[in-house]
Design a protein around this ligand. Structure first.
Ligand code: IDP
Ligand code: MG
Length: 140
């Protein structure tokens, strides 16, 4: 299996509750490496563009409002099969359906305020990483 990179966001519900370190501990204990990381406050335009694929979904406006409600931590994670592995480490979108020990089961407040984002394909990972990071900011 190849070494991959995936894109992660620690969402505003988690930064608000001072959980950045606890989320990062779950990531690192899974074996994934945090090879880039910064704390930012997304603009509305950034959040709308990032979640543009969901523009037609009924929850889109609320999701954008939530994502700009406070700071987030954007990250690049690296490891074997990182895209699929981080999806497993995060758990199901709805924390009620997430496996024990996953970030969303441990920390999420709701299906919307679910503490973490992770790319769903290697193609989307590359797009999402380049949206927030310059190549020189990623240090394996
Ligand atoms: P994912 O984050 O597990 O990939 P997506 O379906 O891509 O889930 O949805 C993106 C984000 O939109 C979710 O992480 C969550 O914050 C929010 N979301 C998804 N479904 C719902 C919903 O039914 N109600 C409210 N928010 C939702
Ligand atoms: Mg998704």
């Amino acid at each position: 299996m190849a070494t991959e990179r995936t894109f992660s966001i620690i969402k505003p519900d988690a930064t608000r509750r001072n959980l950045t370190g606890k989320v990062n501990a779950v990531i690192e204990e899974s074996g994934l490496r945090i090879v880039a990381q910064k704390r930012i406050h997304m603009t509305q335009a950034q959040a709308e563009a990032f979640y543009g694929v969901h523009a037609a979904r009924p929850f889109f406006r609320d999701l954008v409002t939530f994502m700009i409600s406070g700071p987030v931590v954007v990250q690049v994670l690296e490891g074997e099969n990182a895209v699929a592995r981080y999806r497993d480490v995060m758990g199901a979108t709805n924390p009620a359906n997430a496996e024990p020990g996953t970030i969303r089961k441990l920390f999420a407040e709701s299906i919307e305020a679910n503490s973490a984002h992770g790319s769903d394909s290697t193609e989307n990972a590359a797009t999402e990483i380049s949206y927030f990071f310059a190549g020189t900011e990623i240090v394996g």
